[in-house]
Design a protein around this ligand. Structure first.
Ligand code: SF4
Ligand code: SF4
Length: 254
């Protein structure tokens, strides 16, 4: 019954993908970032996605501004859907935590900006796609363009995985995103993204002093995270580079 109601929301919201997975699929995540760490008794994961229109990344003019606006709108929509699904689950006597697309984030033990839980791993566990070399969820229809929302819940949800094309993952010899990255933030040999190198290059956050952030990040990471969450996320950050998404050829309709 609960799952049917969630599927109806997905249909009404015209979501491109919806999947459920057991929370235990993320047991291998770092300490503090497992479903159980965020919601004691967590048993289920919900993941859903909406694509950014391809032309937003590929237009020869104003792409960064259009990406920023599109992502801001989609984050709000995904976040609202996450809250709605969480409310629905709690109406049924379960507990449920919305997992937001972007903010809030934290500074993890390595000093990197990171989500409270890995939304991309939830998406992979729920069958929406696989993790690409560019560190994003890649999907056989939408490539790297999917934006994700999610819920962690105490409800035990039946496995629901997207039916559709198989996900072979990145071709073994594809290094388009690796070579396109202007700051060498993507490794080819091992699945690794240098997130701070990427952010230092791509993000423009006029409301947050980089120096202030760097000092807080070194001395008081929690304070740096709060500053970032209050001033620099959602539409307050413009990303001038999206090459690893825009040039990724993965996806049947490319
Ligand atoms: S967004 Fe740009 S800088 Fe960041 S990893 Fe992708 S290509 Fe590199
Ligand atoms: S550009 Fe190639 S290697 Fe990079 S994520 Fe896309 S398919 Fe994978």
């Amino acid at each position: 019954m609960i799952t049917k109601d969630i599927q109806i929301i997905a249909q009404n919201e015209n979501l491109a993908a919806l999947g459920f997975a057991p929370a235990s699929d993320l047991d291998g995540e770092p300490d503090g970032h497992r479903p159980e760490d965020l919601l004691p008794g967590a048993r289920g994961l919900v993941s859903f996605a909406i694509p950014v229109p391809r032309a937003v990344y590929r237009t020869p003019a104003h792409s960064a501004d259009l990406v920023c606006r599109t992502q801001s709108l989609l984050y709000r929509r995904l976040d609202s859907i996450a809250v709605r699904i969480a409310g629905l689950l709690e109406e049924q006597g379960e507990q449920a935590l919305p997992i937001f697309g972007c903010a809030p984030m934290e500074i993890n033990r390595k000093g990197d900006v990171a989500g409270f839980i890995n939304q991309i791993r939830i998406g992979q566990a729920a069958g929406i796609g696989v993790v690409g070399r560019n560190g994003l969820l890649i999907n056989a229809r939408y490539g790297s363009r999917l934006m994700l929302g999610g819920v962690v819940t105490t409800a035990l949800l039946p496995a629901l995985r997207r039916t559709g094309p198989k996900e072979p993952g990145c071709p073994a010899n594809c290094r388009i995103c690796v070579d396109a990255c202007p700051v060498k933030a993507i490794e080819f040999e091992e699945p690794k993204i240098h997130i701070m190198r990427c952010l230092a290059h791509t993000s423009r956050t006029p409301l947050m002093s980089r120096l202030d952030f760097a000092v807080r990040r070194a001395l008081r990471p929690e304070s740096a995270a709060r500053l970032m969450n209050q001033t620099a996320l959602d539409e307050h950050t413009l990303h001038v580079c999206s090459k690893c998404v825009a040039l990724c050829p993965y996806g049947l309709d490319d």
